[in-house]
Design a protein around this ligand. Structure first.
Ligand code: SAM
Length: 290
């Protein structure tokens, strides 16, 4: 009872929340506490620091408590805030899409580099598994191109469409609900195929962090097989067309050797693999010839 009547100042509520997050082993406990409070008060982080003594209203304390409760249950910060940043752009996210990862920015970087250096005229791009639409939107925002972005999840396609509309990119990207294994029969007509596919083996899913396993959609994480089925299908489609597109695919941690074997099995001998910022082989580039 005394608890509900207490007036909370910014400084005090941040301290208590930081300690609770640290106790649970949540990484960056102070930053999490601050970002959740900013979401409630509408302040920028710097404004929290300038207003440490400010008392919070009862409604603000209650709303913050709800946020903190969700975070203590390991719900990812981005789902609670309903947004995240990727390649300098803001994206709405919810539990029907994967939270865009920083390492995926390398895939965008390589796609933009390829488009700039090789200068395909107004390239036609296919993105498989668009999720929040982050990859397609980042490419479309930075180059002249036409993109078909597909995902098997209708909820993801809705959110991706909304994210692209917010950036006035809707005219450059056509989103549709498609299943790679049933609805895509050819790569004919595409200059580039880009994908960050679900690459976690089904057997590795139970060992994932609670934040990932408990909240992110399983179809975004795993192929429910050995983690390689998307690559198999993509290489098969690549081999079945005469004018081959460039493939730009994200690789999972520890998947380099298996992917190289798969490339060999498919007779694909010309490729490059790029590391991410912490040295993990992350992006596979297959040139448009064997
Ligand atoms: C790893 S997530 C990538 C999401 C987003 N492109 C990103 O990089 O943040 C993989 C995406 O593939 C989609 N997906 C899963 N199975 C699929 C299938 N059979 N056909 C097309 N998309 C599929 C999932 O819904 C998910 O959005």
């Amino acid at each position: 009872m005394a608890e509900t009547l207490k007036t909370w100042r910014v400084l005090d509520i941040l301290k208590v929340t930081e300690a609770a997050f640290a106790d649970k082993g949540i990484k960056n406990p102070r930053l999490n506490a601050e970002l959740l409070l900013c979401d409630i008060t509408g302040d920028k982080r710097i404004e929290l620091y300038l207003n440490f003594e400010k008392p919070l209203t009862k409604a603000e304390v209650e709303a913050y408590r709800q946020h903190v409760k969700r975070r203590l249950a390991f719900e990812p910060l981005q789902y609670i805030l309903g947004k995240t940043e990727f390649y300098g752009l803001n994206f709405r996210v919810n539990c029907s899409v994967l939270i865009p990862r920083q390492e995926t920015e390398i895939l965008v970087e390589k796609a933009l580099e390829y488009i700039t250096n090789c200068k395909p005229d107004n390239p036609k791009i296919l993105e498989i598994g668009t999720g929040s639409g982050c990859i397609s939107a980042a490419i479309a925002a930075n180059t002249v191109c036409e993109i078909d972005a597909v995902d098997v999840s209708p909820e993801a396609v809705n959110l991706a469409t909304e994210n692209a509309s917010n950036k006035e990119l809707k005219g450059k990207i056509i989103f549709s609900v498609k299943d790679l294994f049933n609805d895509i029969n050819s790569f004919e007509g595409y200059d580039i195929v880009v994908s960050n596919p679900p690459y976690i083996a089904a057997s590795d899913v139970p060992g994932l962090d609670e934040e990932v396993n408990g909240y992110e959609p399983v179809i975004a994480l795993s192929d429910n097989d050995d983690g390689l089925s998307f690559y198999r299908k993509i290489f098969q489609l690549f081999n079945s067309v005469n004018k081959k597109p460039v493939l730009l695919l994200e690789l999972g941690d520890g998947k380099k050797e298996q992917t190289i074997n798969l490339l060999k099995e498919n007779g694909i001998l010309s490729y490059k693999i790029f590391n991410d910022l912490i040295g993990i082989p992350r992006v596979l580039l297959v040139e448009s010839y064997k």
